[in-house]
Design a protein around this ligand. Structure first.
Ligand SMILES: *Cc1c(COP(=O)(O)O)cnc(C)c1O
Length: 731
């Protein structure tokens, strides 16, 4: 498969591009025009991807910065270009506009769309206070703080200008209603992120609506500041409206015509409501409010459904928005409520609007995020079972494969094309290539060293911080000085994800005696590296985090220092990348089947790191009979009991014992049969990289978008879609 011929960029000034909304940097003008004009085409041959969060930190993937450095473009005679270059070289590398898996998946997906040249634009919100910054104190546990960041300084973000008054930022008026059915106007400035493909020959624009501007009413500004702010239910409901109600005004103002809208989870489903209102107006005229009947509404919804693709991401209740009808009566127009009465009704809970139910009803395709999750979703929404299919998640291989590993792949015969085609690992003869085996092992060792160095530096910094601030270091090892440092080459297990109770972060510490016995008996040294945030309102999640901290000292002392448990505060994409490439095994132990997919384990697999996981989410598909890692724990049927999130139904005892039964075998292989351990790594590259990448996933989605593509793009999509069929029966 030959990729498009690379574009040639002679000078750095060519990366400056502009239109009536401003001057940008990152792709040549002709690329910019081609993409933008495509999105404005009269036939609507494009897609709007709608997500509450987008995680795409420029410190983990940065094609424009790479381009500057590779070509030694570090300055320019042109003032404007120099300004952009300086931002890229020295600007902040974080866009803290995500909380976890949903956002990172969105970012990875959009990067693959850019690499594959699919006409997509994305819409999300800009949160001036991010999600939250996590401080961890040994005695207190997690402490939440507002994140302070500056979109103005962030190299990949551009504030759109008003074409009529270019010295001013563009403001999009977004109409809302109050409880008297009177219109009030919110306003949003618009930030654009250019999500450039690896070759800078395409990009996906991401538009982040920033409602925290003085011209918006105070309640709007308040609801806009912080991602998933759930201080009050009304604020939460309003934040969802800011996303869903801003989409059509944004598209109209910028001239975008996309026919298809993809809801990445139901948070933005208010857009459906607005599409239905427009459809009704078109059918019945301007006084449709008075005229419309229930059957008019349903007919309009059927029409709108043809434009919508919906991905559901979790079976867990907290992931699905329900708001009381009473609350909605206070914030929305009575016409909207009539539509919600029909489409967001919930038989089990008649006093609430259920927005997942609405997203389920009005669409042309519902996708779950793994095969097992499809079965779970069908059980949870039996009325829609027929249309629920699986498109298993993936991760963007170029983002998550470490630089050390990438260098090995670059040099390996048979993998020349791996950056364009993650499918090439399947066919490459890697198992018996001793050169490759050595190189991979060496790269792994270096990534492990990087992680260990990072942790040891952190432990020392926390020790200093103890004397200069009121914060007690989150790690017991900080108190131990030299005796507490981690050593490279010690078997290291990584675990990092949101601290939700169903993910059971403390599972393997459920019975410390059993764990310690295993280690002492074999004289096995082991490191456990943990990270993750609990939602500020999730007290049980915070308690689990605190339990991890509380176990550190006991584990160290009772194991005579063989076991060291470290917590890295402030989990983000950078920490994730260092962990998934620097550990020797990735641990995943949610209560099956509550983890719809899980993606951090895929990031590990991209680096050849085996998973130790319960049979949940993607691992059912990635386990390959044990060739790529290990499974443990309960594998019962999907029923009432297994779907229960109640604390006494989380199967701690059963699943932790299963882990302890498995652990000695893994330790023995790692320390005594390293070649066999390396085989697991190579099987991950061969079997899992070709499947669990977002190029393949994006290709499966593109098949649902009904886009008209150039022959070349269509061929590439066919190629990637053939790498794997997430849902063989319902392809
Ligand atoms: C990948 C990632 C996640 C999601 O991990 P899961 O295994 O799906 O829970 C969350 N946060 C960050 C920072 C990530 O990089």
């Amino acid at each position: 498969m030959t990729p498009e011929k690379a574009i040639t960029i002679q000078s750095v000034e060519e990366l400056v591009c502009k239109n009536q909304f401003g001057t940008f940097f990152g792709v040549p003008q002709d690329v910019f025009d081609r993409v933008w004009n495509n999105l404005c085409g009269p036939d609507g041959n494009s897609v709007v991807y709608i997500s509450m969060e987008i995680g795409a930190d420029p410190d983990t993937f940065h094609p424009v910065l790479d381009f500057l450095l590779e070509n030694d473009f570090t300055t320019s005679g042109d003032d404007q270009t120099r300004h952009f270059i300086n931002k890229y070289l020295h600007g902040p590398r974080k866009i803290p506009n995500y909380s976890g898996g949903l956002g990172v998946l969105a970012g990875d997906t959009l990067k693959s769309f850019a690499d594959l040249q699919i006409p997509v634009l994305a819409v999300s919100l800009l949160y001036r206070e991010g999600y939250f910054s996590q401080i961890v104190d040994f005695n207190v546990g997690q402490i939440d703080q507002a994140t302070h960041w500056s979109p103005e300084q962030t190299p990949t973000l551009f504030l759109l200008r008003d074409p009529d008054e270019p010295e001013k930022p563009l403001e999009i008026p977004v109409p809302f209603y109050n409880e008297y059915d009177q219109p009030t106007m919110a306003r949003a400035q618009v930030w654009m992120k250019l999500e450039a493909g690896e070759e800078l020959d395409y990009f996906v624009p991401e538009f982040l609506l920033d409602y925290a501007v003085p011209s918006s009413p105070p309640w709007v500004q308040e609801a806009a500041k912080r991602l998933y702010n759930a201080k009050s239910t009304i604020m939460k409901a309003n934040q969802r409206r800011l996303l869903g109600s801003g989409i059509l005004p944004l598209m109209e103002r910028l001239g975008f015509t996309a026919r298809t809208l993809h809801l990445n989870e139901q948070h933005g489903v208010a857009v459906t409501l607005h599409l239905i209102l427009r459809e009704l107006e078109q059918r019945l005229g301007p006084d449709y409010h008075q005229k419309m009947s229930d059957s008019d509404i349903l007919a309009a919804a059927d029409q709108v459904a043809k434009r919508l693709v919906y991905t559901i991401h979790t079976p867990v209740k907290a992931g699905h928005d329900r708001f009381s009808r009473e609350l909605y009566a206070g914030i929305s127009h009575s016409t909207c409520q009539r539509i919600l009465d029909l489409l967001a009704r919930d038989e089990q809970s008649p006093n609430e609007y259920n927005f997942t139910a609405m997203a389920m009803r009005v669409n042309r395709a519902v996708n779950s995020v793994s095969r097992l999750h499809r079965d779970v979703t069908r059980r949870q929404f039996p009325d829609f079972a027929d249309k629920i299919t699986a498109i298993t998640n993936g991760v963007h291989h170029l983002t998550w494969i470490s630089e050390e590993r990438a260098r090995v792949f670059d040099a390996q015969p048979g993998l020349e094309d791996w950056r364009d085609d993650p499918g090439c690992f399947a066919k490459a003869a890697l198992e018996n290539d001793s050169g490759f085996r050595n190189n991979l092992a060496r790269a792994w060792k270096r990534d492990n060293q990087t992680l260990v160095d990072h942790i040891n530096t952190m432990l020392a910094e926390h020790r200093i911080q103890m004397t200069t601030t009121w914060i007690d270091p989150p790690n017991y090892l900080s108190y131990l000085h030299e005796e507490g440092v981690l050593q490279p080459g010690v078997f290291t297990i990584g675990f990092a994800r949101r601290f939700s109770t169903y993910k059971r972060a403390n599972l393997i510490f459920d019975d410390l005696s059993t764990l310690v016995d295993i280690l002492i008996k074999g004289r096995y040294r082991i490191n456990f590296v943990f990270a993750g945030k609990a939602h500020p309102q999730d007290e049980p999640g915070k308690t689990v985090l605190k339990v991890i901290l509380d176990n550190q000292k006991d584990l160290f002392i009772r194991s005579q220092g063989l076991a060291r448990l470290v917590f890295i505060p402030g989990y983000d994409m950078h920490v994730a990348k260092m962990m998934v490439s620097g550990v020797h095994a990735w641990l995943n132990n949610p209560k099956r089947p509550l983890e719809a997919s899980g993606t951090s384990g895929m990031k590990a697999a991209m680096n050849g790191v085996p998973n130790i996981s319960v049979m949940d989410g993607w691992w059912v598909e990635g386990y390959h009979g044990g060739a790529t890692g290990w499974k443990f724990g309960h594998e019962g049927p999907i029923d009432e009991q297994s779907l229960s999130e109640s604390p006494d139904a989380l199967l701690y005892r059963e699943d932790s014992l299963a882990f302890y039964r498995l652990l000695p075998e893994i330790l023995d292989m790692f320390y005594n049969r390293p070649d066999e351990y390396l085989d697991r790594a190579i099987q991950n590259l061969k079997r899992n990289v070709p499947i669990f990448n977002t190029h393949r996933m994006a290709a499966e989605y593109v098949k649902k978008y009904n886009l008209r593509l150039t022959d070349e793009t269509a061929n590439r999509i066919d190629h990637f879609a053939k790498l794997y069929h997430s849902d063989p029966e319902n392809g």
